[in-house]
Ligand binder design. Structure first.
Ligand code: 13P
Length: 253
């Protein structure tokens, strides 16, 4: 049985002051999630990690939005895995489409990051998803398959079980235009098939696959009721404690 996972992605939002305000209010939320056997957390900007983790350490998962694959060195502006480990941060979003679009993040680069995270016993949340053009040309499966195969190259069976995959169609991110539950399930089911072909059914059935793209309190339950959707990666609706709480309660009640 795969445990459900709700993960927020704050993107480039919230100053440390604002982040602390959220974290203080969100403590209760973590307890509610846990008592309902849902894993829940927020991935936050680098400068917010330390203060937010300090407040939420035993309640919500606190993750980063990116990391570098090298341990240290001349990479101005980057954040290393040892820096994250020092803050007890174990979860990192890798390959979000915004980073792929604006920061030249390729699946090859994601692969290096994923391997480095797994070597450190951390959890990569590996994002994949197609553009509107690819979707309209019926190219989704082929596109996503390539992202998965390249991103997970050389990841062992044992490590693959620790990876979380997030399917986020680019055309559904921040647009209010979400993929229907049928489309989301179809692609997430296909991703599981790709994983099965690489790792076998036993491993593929253990990997959590999230849907992301305009998930709101009124749609979360329908997504999470799908066979191959194990949770959601949530942007806008995770920025406000009340709407994030509503997301959880809409799912559990
Ligand atoms: P929205 O929920 O704001 O569409 O963002 C989705 C997303 O990109 C999460 O990573």
């Amino acid at each position: 049985m795969r445990r459900k996972l709700l993960l927020g992605n704050w993107k480039m939002n919230k100053t440390p002051t604002e982040a602390v305000e959220f974290a203080k209010e969100a403590k209760e939320l973590g307890k509610l999630a846990r008592s309902n056997k849902v894993d829940m957390g927020v991935c936050v900007p680098a400068v917010d990690l330390a203060p937010v983790k300090k407040i939420l350490k035993n309640t919500l998962i606190v993750g980063a939005e990116n990391c570098h694959y090298e341990e240290k060195g001349a990479y101005t502006g980057e954040i290393s895995i040892p820096m994250l480990k020092d803050l007890n941060i174990d979860w990192v979003i890798i390959g979000h489409s915004e980073r792929r679009t604006y920061d030249n993040e390729t699946s090859e680069k994601c692969n290096k990051k994923i391997l480095a995270l797994l070597k450190n016993n951390m959890v990569p949340v590996y994002c994949c998803g197609e553009s509107l053009e690819t979707f309209e040309n019926n190219g989704t499966r082929e596109f996503v398959k390539e992202q998965i195969i390249t991103g997970l190259k050389d990841v062992s069976k044992e490590d693959a079980m620790k990876v979380v995959i997030a399917y986020e169609p680019i055309w559904a991110i921040g647009t209010g235009k979400n993929a229907s539950t049928e489309i989301a399930e179809d692609v997430c089911g296909y991703i599981r098939k790709v994983l099965r072909d690489i790792y076998g059914a036993k491993v593929a059935n253990k990997i959590r696959i999230l849907y992301g793209g305009s998930v709101k309190p009124n749609s979360v339950k329908a997504y999470l009721s799908q066979k191959d959707i194990d949770g959601a990666l949530v942007g806008g609706a995770s920025l406000d404690v009340n709407s994030y709480k509503e997301l959880l309660t809409s799912y559990i009640y």
